[in-house]
Design a protein around this ligand. Structure first.
Ligand code: NAI
Ligand code: MG
Length: 351
């Protein structure tokens, strides 16, 4: 498996280090896992040196990898829109990683701040290649009282269709009964109405699955009131982004939440990354929680034909969390990033 590793900025390299330790452990345990990893320095530091987040030919270079393992980017010295638009966005869009898989799952041993009847376990599929995160628009009449800005949301039938089909297919394959669609077509009458129409049309191909369209504002409240009732949620780029940080909050925090940016057709590499950013408030202290990054590596293994090894990692992680002994400060403990990674590796060896 040829893997591009981009650790990025801030806590990115700190948590990536633990994920790489885990991957190296797996390949020492299982000789059939042949990992060929290449670390790429593309980041804000690279930008400070070269004036670019990544080389001009980066995408054609990345295309030859089986997968990309990504940490996080963001640095006070570079505007956030530059780090995002010159690195993550081109990768997601050019590689048609149109499904952003974001599990909202309470791991064993991690308490939810909510008082729920059953463990929280659902998945959000966020549209990842179009929608509200478009580059189209502009600012006009600068420095006058008439100053204004327009930002265009781009939704296409084909884009909505492929995302919702992925969600319904997943529901069918996993025996889920309901797909919840995040919408706002009462106020956003062009793009979100198209979203509703296409989702409904796709849903008709899955008569055994109930489609439940819910306005995004109410849905945010239901994530808090009855999170255990959700199974599969499909959402646009912006709605999915916000909902999944909320999702992370109800299952123990950003340090625990992974994601997969999938190109389901496998024409291009997919990219696996925690949903959190570079966390400048804690970077350099060695206290970031590496679970989101390690879980992202597990998703990468699962997607690349090794669900057995992915399970091994998940079981190791849950064993450590369930033991409650070694935990980073975000989970109320005093352990370091490396302590947590080492404990997970010991648990993997023990299984
Ligand atoms: P953030 O996700 O970096 O941090 C939010 C809060 O969560 C902070 O208090 C942080 O300490 C905590 N946190 C995040 N990851 C953690 C972990 N692994 N363990 C323990 N605590 C953790 O979001 P924020 O502060 O809004 O953004 C910081 C920078 O990251 C910005 O430059 C932003 O643009 C960038 N960013 C990058 C993303 C990416 O690389 N995909 C995604 C989100 C933000
Ligand atoms: Mg986000």
């Amino acid at each position: 498996m040829k893997l591009a590793v981009m650790a990025g900025d801030g806590i990115g390299p700190e948590v990536m280090n633990e994920a790489l330790k885990v991957l190296n452990t797996l390949s020492s345990l299982d000789s059939t896992l042949q990992l060929e990893m290449e670390e790429l320095p593309w980041s804000s530091a690279y930008y400070m040196e070269t004036g670019r987040m990544m080389p001009a030919d980066a995408l054609s270079y990345l295309q030859h990898f089986d997968a990309i393992l990504f940490g996080a980017i963001g640095d006070a010295r570079v505007p956030d829109e530059v780090t995002i638009w010159d690195l993550i966005m081109p990768i997601r869009k050019e590689f048609q990683q149109y499904v952003n898989v974001r599990p909202v799952k309470q791991l064993k041993g991690v308490a939810s701040p909510l008082d729920t009847k059953a463990p929280i376990d659902f998945v959000v599929f966020r549209e990842n290649a179009e929608g509200e995160y478009s580059h189209m628009g502009g600012r006009m009449y600068g420095q006058t009282s008439q100053e204004m800005a327009v930002q265009t949301t781009v939704m296409t039938k084909a884009g909505i269709r492929r995302l919702s089909r992925y969600g319904f297919d997943y529901a069918r394959k996993h025996g889920k009964k309901t797909v919840t669609s995040a919408t706002k077509s009462n106020a956003i009458i062009h793009t979100m109405k198209l979203w509703d129409d296409v989702v409904r049309e796709v849903g008709q191909e899955y008569p055994e699955i109930r489609l439940s369209p819910v306005y995004i504002d109410a849905l945010a409240a239901y994530f808090i009131n009855r999170p255990e009732s959700f199974e599969v949620v499909i959402a646009s780029n912006l709605f999915g982004d916000i909902l999944t940080d909320l999702g992370a909050g109800i299952v123990g925090g950003l340090g625990l939440s992974p994601s997969a940016n999938l190109n389901p057709e496998g024409q291009f590499p997919s990219m696996f990354e925690p949903i959190h950013g570079s966390a400048p408030d804690i970077s350099g202290k060695g206290i970031a929680n590496p679970v989101a990054q390690i879980w992202s590596a597990a998703l990468m293994l699962e997607h690349n034909g090794r669900p057995d090894l992915s399970d091994l990692v998940m079981n190791g992680m849950e064993a450590v969390l369930a033991e409650q002994e070694i935990r980073t400060p975000d989970l109320g403990g005093k352990s370091s990033t490396a302590d947590m990674g080492d404990a997970i590796i010991r648990a993997i060896h023990a299984h």
